[in-house]
Write a protein that binds this ligand. Structure first.
Ligand code: PXG
Length: 455
């Protein structure tokens, strides 16, 4: 195939069905083709350089171009390209990765079930939860409570746990046994309440739901420590402690979906460390391999693992590529780099606070109602009138405009409705943060101008 943009765009529009994409619209526009990357930058097929403030899709935590990860995959593929972990076998890279995960995750999480993605991890979560309560002799305790604006993946189970309207409509979802409560989105829904009071109120919606369904029917509560794809929704400080009190009181398992927050995003190894969440199950993916190869998993607490193991029967669940040797080797190299180069400590103590202070200054812009964030994740609320938190009538237009200006000006920033999102590679330095902020300001100005908003 000839190496040029027009050909690629043509073949792409004829033969490639893209995820979460209006294929017709894309075919008429022509897609942007990303051909290479290094550090915090990617280049397209026209050699345009873009600062990737999304770390791919929230995953390239150590940045692009680390030879150690390519070498780890190459070496593993020559030595043992494939073997499975079924039928009483295992292999060194899966074993070594399980041990390393036990070391970096919270203390009560000592076992991992490997998957290939976050979606498979969340389907595995459903299987583990059902198995756990069956073995407890409470098979009717099977409802899982999730939240509005949640994204937990695209497989049937994971999409059911999520709350994306189009996914439910198109997929005839959710599957039975899944309920949703409101999420603690203070800027949008908090009204006159203080963040602390709103956090308590949002957490108590869980207790009301448990009482309405009957605690003997409720198996688990699933939530991201900070909601990512839903719009970087950061719970007030009062939220997680109250959630934990409620789950403990009603004997409901806690699932902390760490697919985005895990491996340093918040300046801690896991969102669970940041919020002191004691999860029974912890799905992981994305930053586990920094996206260099697909791999996910579920960290399983001693409480759940011991019952499943001591019961003696096999857990009838698994994937051909559960713990693929090359993916495990790459994840091992990735975690070693995160640890040895103290990348997460640097986000916590140095670059994270710097990014957050610069990011907060964007709240002074006439278009920005709120600028929030933790560590290396952030969001801006674009609003029509910030004096009274008035949102745009046609939600999403301002976000799209701003996102397009960012692309044109060399910055990849994502829009969720009218919320602008960043989740940069954790290795982004202060100079690159300055570059991010200055392009963001320029694009906010251009967007405000398009919308006729002036200070
Ligand atoms: N849980 C969470 C919290 C996620 O963010 C998944 C599970 C599913 O992971 P996989 O590996 O199956 O994709 C995710 C994925 C977006 C976007 O547009 C976000 C995700 C995936 C694709 C797009 O923000 N998150």
């Amino acid at each position: 195939m000839e190496n040029n943009t027009a050909n690629w765009q043509s073949f792409d529009s004829q033969h490639h069905l893209h995820p979460f994409t209006d294929t017709n619209a894309l075919a008429s526009e022509g897609c942007r083709i990303i051909t290479r990357a290094d550090g915090v930058y990617v280049w397209d097929s026209e050699d345009k350089k873009l600062l990737d403030a999304m770390a791919g899709l929230w995953c390239v935590n150590i940045g692009y171009g680390r030879k150690e990860l390519a070498d780890a995959a190459y070496k593993q593929l020559l030595e043992l390209p494939y073997y499975n972990n079924f039928f009483k076998t295992s292999h060194p890279s899966a074993i070594e990765l399980s041990k390393l995960l036990q070391e970096v995750t919270p203390v009560h999480l000592n076992r991992v079930f490997f998957t290939n993605s976050g979606s498979e991890a969340n389907d595995t979560v459903i299987r583990l939860i059902n198995r756990y309560w069956d073995l407890q002799g409470q098979p009717e305790k099977m409802t899982i409570i999730s939240r509005s604006d949640a994204y937990h993946g695209s497989t049937i189970g994971a999409a059911s746990l999520g709350a994306m309207k189009d996914m439910h409509t198109q997929g005839h979802l959710p599957i039975p046994g899944i309920e949703h409560i409101a999420t603690p989105y203070w800027y949008r829904d908090g009204g006159d309440l203080s963040p602390e009071d709103f956090g308590l109120q949002a957490a108590r919606a869980l207790e009301e739901k448990i009482l309405a369904l009957g605690a003997d029917k409720v198996a688990a509560f699933i939530a991201e420590p900070i909601q990512g794809a839903g719009g970087v929704i950061i719970p007030p400080d009062t939220y997680w402690p109250e959630i934990q009190r409620i789950c403990k009181e009603h004997d409901v398992l806690i699932v902390a979906d760490e697919v985005i927050c895990g491996f340093g995003r918040l300046g801690s190894w896991f969102g669970s460390d940041h919020f002191q969440i004691e999860a029974d199950l912890m799905p992981i993916a994305k930053g586990l391999s920094s996206g260099y190869l697909p791999i996910g998993g579920v960290m399983v607490s001693d409480r759940v693992a011991e019952l499943i193991i001591t019961e003696g029967e096999e857990f009838a669940h698994g994937f051909t590529y559960s713990g693929h040797p090359a993916s495990c080797a790459v994840a091992l190299a990735n975690i070693n780099i995160l640890r040895d180069e103290k990348i997460i400590e640097n986000v916590k103590d140095n670059t994270g606070p710097y990014l957050q202070s610069k990011w907060r200054e964007l709240a002074e812009h006439p278009l920005v109602g709120e600028a929030r964030g933790v560590g290396f994740i952030g969001a801006l609320e674009l609003v029509k009138d910030k004096s009274n938190r008035e949102f745009f009538e046609s939600a999403g237009d301002a976000g799209q405009l701003c996102r397009d200006h960012c692309f044109d000006n060399g910055l990849i920033m994502r829009a969720v409705g009218d919320t602008m999102i960043i989740s940069p590679p954790l290795i982004m330095n202060k100079e690159q943060i300055d570059e991010l902020i200055s392009i963001a300001i320029k694009c906010l100005d251009l967007t405000a101008h398009d919308l006729g908003i002036v200070s």
